[in-house]
Ligand binder design. Sequence first.
Ligand code: ATP
Length: 585
Amino acid sequence: MTKRQFILHYFLLNKWSYLIAVACIFLVNWLQVEIPRYIQQAIDLLGKADPAARSNLNEYVMWVVAFSVVMVFVRILSRMYALNPGRITEATLKNDLFYRLNRLPNAYHQQFQSGKLISIINNDMNGIRLFYGIGFLQTVNVIFALSLTPIWMWRISPSLMLYSVIPVAVAFIAFNQGFLRMRKYQTERMQRLQRLSEQLMNYLSGIDLIKNQQMGPWVSDEVERVNTRLLDTIMRVTRIQTFILPLLDYANDLMKVVILGLGGYMVLQQGLTLGEMTAFLSYSALLALPLAQLGRIAVVYQMGMVSIESVQSILHAEIPETDRSLPEPGASAPAERTLSVRHLNYAYPGQDTLTLNDISFDIAPGEKVGVLGSIGAGKTTLVNCINHHLDVPEGHIFWGEDDVARMPRRQWRGTVRTITQEPYLFSDTVEANVRFGTDGQPIDKHQVNEVLALSQLSDDVSRFQDGDQTLVGEKGIMLSGGQKQRLSIARALLSPADLIIMDNVLSAVDYETERKILGGLFNRIGQQSVLVVSHRISALENLDKILVLHNGEIIARGTHEQLLDSSDYYRETWELQQHDVEESA
Ligand SMILES: Nc1ncnc2c1ncn2[C@@H]1O[C@H](COP(=O)(O)OP(=O)(O)OP(=O)(O)O)[C@@H](O)[C@H]1O
């Protein structure tokens, strides 16, 4: 969608509202220019003493009052119908953005920092709301005012009208120059706002580290540097605004001086009546507001254009082919299938070396498979290839007969549930965190309690002051690392999945809790396939099969007993870890 199509698309969303607003704004402007005409006729009648003139005078006054009252109501209507579409467009666009962000692949989110997205969703959306609301209202108002008023002036005296608009025309040329310069700074301003937001997000996420390592002064300097650059751009925009916005106001004042001088001279020469001269002055006063509005329209227009570009940068981001049409979640989740990984290689973009090298294995329906690997062996990369967070070429990962690379991600994620090593909790209660994402599914309290028990969290929760209604704080700050991990396991167990992947999820619990959680878990999820990734053999020893991953390659595979016999690496790791288990017992 080009920028023009974008603007039109969202205008058409509220076309009826805008049409009513245009009709109202036209009516207000028409009434506005009609009133001075009646005032002019009333003033011209003032000198006449005959009774007919008096009754006409009364009639004119009545018309002026009636027009003014109608104008007030129509103006309110025009504001309602012109401003509401701005808010509706803002809300619609926020939904559109969120919908798209939800479907974009991980690679996109890695490039685009959350701070920048937040800035677009707040600051740029503000620009768009003004563009579709007050910007529209003032533009239509200015168009009608600047076209109707001069016509009414022309009807009184063409020559006085032409002379009086000269100051406005000159001011307009100067205004246009300033307007063009301001565009560049408006773009810069929005970009710097996004940069500041990105930076603040970054620092706030690591606030504990910053405090612990006494990085405060350095961080303050960095924020101040970005903030100063933002202020610098804002000051440039303000300087231009301060200079060019009043130009049109001054031009309007000059216009009145011309009318008083030239018009007064014409009255003395009897080329103009006093009423006509008064009407002319009223028209010039009517032009004051639209001329002042021109400046504001320029600012709103530029902010709108810059904001639309930012929003389009998200809306134009490519959604993978497979994710364009979305099946309902879980609608086609097939059970009893084998996961087959065939000769899988993976290298991160821009890297020459393979992080995964010729990986092949199967997980049969209901089978529990472990992956053992040291730090950096490629375990998380393997998990992210399987759950389709990373883009893998076709022909390497299959779910039954289906190639996972061709399946819509949403459908695949209805089948596979990944519990990651960095649990993310939302700032809500324990129960809401367990239930997160299950809206619409009939899940009762008993099921919530069951998964809390399975993940060995029931005792902890019963000790919390408000039980499962305890607020966990932002990102679960009120919970220990192990509690966070267990809560994220409980959440994953609540909704059904055919394949459960647990990526190092028990690293923060002790060996005994780990054993209990896994024991309970495997009893409960008998029919589901499980892939447990860990660098602790104790988490894997009872599984049906263990794959030993080393530097991106599978160097051994088998049951715990088989590996103790066949793999030196496995046996040595086991012996080393046995020592830790004994120490922790
Ligand atoms: N997004 C990325 N871009 C480039 N390289 C990456 C990326 N993520 C991981 N790597 C690299 O890939 C290799 C394997 O990382 P991976 O996270 O898969 O290891 P892991 O076995 O899960 O380690 P750990 O147990 O520490 O989590 C590492 O050398 C890492 O530096």
